[in-house]
Structures are given as C-alpha cells and as structure tokens.
Design a binder for this molecule. Structure first.
Ligand code: SAM
Length: 298
C-alpha cells in the first residue's frame, strides 16, 4: 500500500536551501524550478511508479537530484535529463555514486528519446524490464513534454508517473461534456489510461508554486482503444473540433481548411451516427471522434 500525501503538513524532512555541488542554488522561475522539499512526496511518487529492479527510468528535470537518488536505488537504470547546466555538477556527483545513473545535460524537447536514451543508454547497459517516465515536470512545458512522449514514444514506454498542475491532471481525466474536456483529454485517453494518484499542496515545494499539484499515472495502452483509418486525420479532427469549441461541430470542422469537408457532409455523418447535427465537439467521446474521423475519410 502506498502512503497518501494529501493533507499532510509537509515539513518533515525539508530540503529547503539545499546546496548543490557545494554551491547555493537559486531556483530559476523561467525553467519551472520548484524543487520538492518533502521526502514523503518523493516516496509516494516512487510507490505510484511501481518500479521493478529491472525497470529503466527516464527522469525529466532531476533538478537537485532529490528524487534521482531514490530512483537510482530502486530501478535498474536511470537516465536523468536536465536542461540547466548549473545543476549538472551536483548531478554528476550522484552519477559517480550510482553506476546505473546517466545524467544528460539537454532539453528534453530536443531529445530523441528512442535513439539517445533507449538505444543510446539503456540497451548498451542491458535493459531488462520496462521503460518508465517518472518526473516532477516543469509546469511551463507540461503539455509539450506529455504530448512528445505519447506521440513519439507510446510504443517504447510502459507508463508516465508525473507531477503536473492539478488543473492539468483534471483535464486529463475529464468526462465528455464539461469545460475541462478537450483535445488533451482525447489524446491522453487514446494513448493511455490516466489516473490521478494524489494531490500535492504548494508547501511541499521550494519555492512554493502558485497552484496545487497532482501526481498522475498514465498507463500506456498496449492496444489502441479503437480502430482508426488514419491517426493523423483523427488528431486533425479533434484539433478542428476544439479550436472553435463554442461553435457547433459541423461549423468547426467545415471552417478548418485542413479538414477539407462541407457542413452538409459533416451533418449527414453525424445524423448517421445518431447525433444531433447541432452538437458541439466537447460532447463526443474519444471513440466517437474516432468513428467520425473514419467516416469522414470513407
Ligand atoms: N525533480 C526535481 C524535484 O522534484 O525537486 C526538480 C523538478 S522542477 C519542477 C523541474 C526541473 O525541470 C528543473 O530542474 C528544471 O531545470 C528542469 N527543466 C526545465 N525545462 C527543462 C527541459 N526543457 N528539459 C529538461 N529539463 C528541464
């Protein structure tokens, strides 16, 4: 059983004013640096990741290495990708202690995860288990990082256990019809089964973020949840539907030049699906978007 983080007063073992490599590190707001200062949260994240001793972990943004150290103790292999060169000396010291840890000083968004990490780091070291992403993400680029792993590496990774803003976590699990349901919900649910594991209050970080946080687990689906004729067309349909979410689905799709479809055609297909032709996109489930995309192609 994993311990629960919600609602505790997180000042048990604080890492505030932590030194890195002998130097005081001033957190950079521009890089989303809100360092975890409560080891119980770290423990809860590791527990949610269900790490096996043969698993390989990709940690995005190890920061001062608080979680990296625990990951290296529990997993078979760890690749920690950090953009901030100022944090690298401290992380390199950790690398000297743990033979299974590779510190990579790079922008995760400019990293070819399969080539540079899985083939470049894990396979030569004898990857024996699953690849898991475990990270306290920089909030200013949460969506591009999540989308990158889902769209480029869904066949490479087993799960993502990530700290995100609570409202982003709520968007990932939102049911159709509400204001939180959008393109991100459909994409996340197509590739994975998302689950909010626990919430984390601001005082568990240094400095404190202005928002509540949540740890979500995205279990990557082994098989797609529904058949698509074209994944590219499906995501274009979803994008068009939500880019004008106040409009009816018929108008939103017909107004998107890249969809190349008339109002009449969309209305005819929706009627065939048993839907009101005045429906808005936010009312369609991911599977219904799949059906719509397939019928538009046919
Ligand atoms: N893991 C640490 C912790 O929990 O205390 C730090 C988490 S902090 C929220 C986000 C980390 O991501 C920072 O160390 C930041 O420098 C790093 N980061 C920001 N943008 C990045 C990028 N594009 N690629 C890799 N790391 C990045």
């Amino acid at each position: 059983m994993c311990p629960q983080t919600d609602g505790f007063n997180g000042n048990n073992e604080t890492r505030r004013d932590r030194q890195a490599g002998g130097e005081f590190i001033r957190p950079k707001k521009s890089l989303g640096q809100n360092f975890l200062n409560d080891m119980r949260v770290v423990q809860d994240i590791l527990c949610a990741a269900e790490l096996g001793e043969n698993d390989a972990v990709i940690e995005v943004g190890p920061g001062l290495g608080v979680m990296t150290e625990k990951l290296a103790e529990q997993a078979g292999l760890v690749a920690a990708v950090e953009i901030d060169s100022a944090l690298i000396p401290a992380l390199k010291k950790l690398e000297e202690r743990f033979g299974n840890l590779a510190v990579i000083n790079r922008d995760i968004l400019k990293t070819d995860v399969r080539k540079d990490i899985i083939e470049g780091v894990f396979l030569p070291r004898g990857l024996g288990g699953s690849v898991k992403v475990v990270a306290n993400l920089p909030y200013y680029i949460t969506t591009p990082i999540v989308m990158k792993f889902l769209e480029e590496n869904a066949s490479d990774v087993d799960s993502l256990v990530i700290m995100v803003q609570k409202e982003v976590a709520e968007r990932m699990i939102a049911p159709p019809g509400g204001k939180d349901y959008g393109a991100m919900t459909v994409t996340v649910n197509y590739f994975s089964e998302p689950e909010i594991m626990f919430t984390v209050p601001p005082h568990c970080f240094h400095p404190r973020p202005g928002v509540d946080s949540a740890v979500v687990r995205l279990k990557i689906r082994k098989e797609p949840p529904f058949e698509l004729i074209s994944r590219e067309h499906f995501f274009l349909t979803v994008r068009a539907a939500f880019s004008q979410r106040r409009k009816t689905l018929t108008n939103a799709l017909a107004n998107a030049p890249y969809m190349n479809v008339t109002r009449e055609k969309v209305a005819e297909i929706l009627a065939g699906m048993g839907k009101d032709v005045m429906i808005r996109g936010e009312r369609l489930s991911p599977a219904e978007f799949g059906q719509l995309s397939n019928l538009l192609i046919k």
